[in-house]
Ligand binder design. Sequence first.
Ligand code: PLP
Length: 316
Amino acid sequence: MIPSRFELCCLPTPCHRLPRASARLGVDLWIKRDDLTGFAGGGNKGRKLEYLVPEIQASGAEVVVTCGSTQSNFVRQLAAACRMIGVRCEAVMMHLPYEPEYGKPASPGPHGGGNMVLNELFGLVSHVMPDGSWDDLFAAADERALRLRHAGQQVCQVAIGGSSPQGAYAFWQAAQELDMSFDNVVTATSSGSTLAGLATALQGTGCRVIGISCDPEEENRVDVLRLSRGLADTFGVAPVLTDVDIRFEFAGEGYGVPSAVGERARRTLAAEEAILLDSIYSAKAFAGLEALVAAGEIQGRTLFWHTGGTPSIFAH
Ligand SMILES: *Cc1c(COP(=O)(O)O)cnc(C)c1O
């Protein structure tokens, strides 16, 4: 089945070489500019929303409920898309949700500003909770949805980060934009559908796809494999991934907290190529790419799939 698409982005996004970074690192480095998807501040979530919006419309919802951090790029773009289709958008958020098993990061995350400014502009109904576990955040979103349903409203709950089979489909489709071959594709991963779509599309082509996790928890691997399965079950996109290459050692203290190597990568790439990386995702991913090149694990023509996140630069 081919899902319906609601056009939001300016596609295909540009793909170009990074000559100065290539010379510094000693690889043939290219960049896929999904920071320039062009919808409501850009970033990877616009692609997912092109396939999620028709689902929301089909559900007949009057209100959409989601959750995430206060710097969630998905919440920001979902709020914008909901305005366009005349549906109210509510998000339950924390500044710094964390996985109790890995502990609460000692360093502060972002506070106000950044995506919060845009959320307000896009009319998001925000419910900001005190920091706690991801499970507490998910439970609070379920509770909010239930409360609205009890009040007689038609609610559509949207998965965190837009990571549903529709979200993964958007990135399976995005991989079709590549018009040259790469030895490696490196991208940030968190809720998993960006990596699931790209890795499913590129498996068997000789191109290695590496996800740099922005969260410490290893069970994110399970999410990516489940989303690849969802691609097959929902859209007949095959074959399903049986394994995926995710690196967890660049997450730093935890989700949402800038890392020292990430911040260094951010400064370097801004000065060298005028590319803006965000601290939460793309800076950690680029730092991972640099480390894997230095370790000799990455060689040849390499694509950094930039996932955006530009607004959160203004929250730190
Ligand atoms: C959401 C996000 C990611 C992670 O993508 P997932 O599909 O959730 O894994 C990476 N970078 C940025 C800037 C994001 O907003």
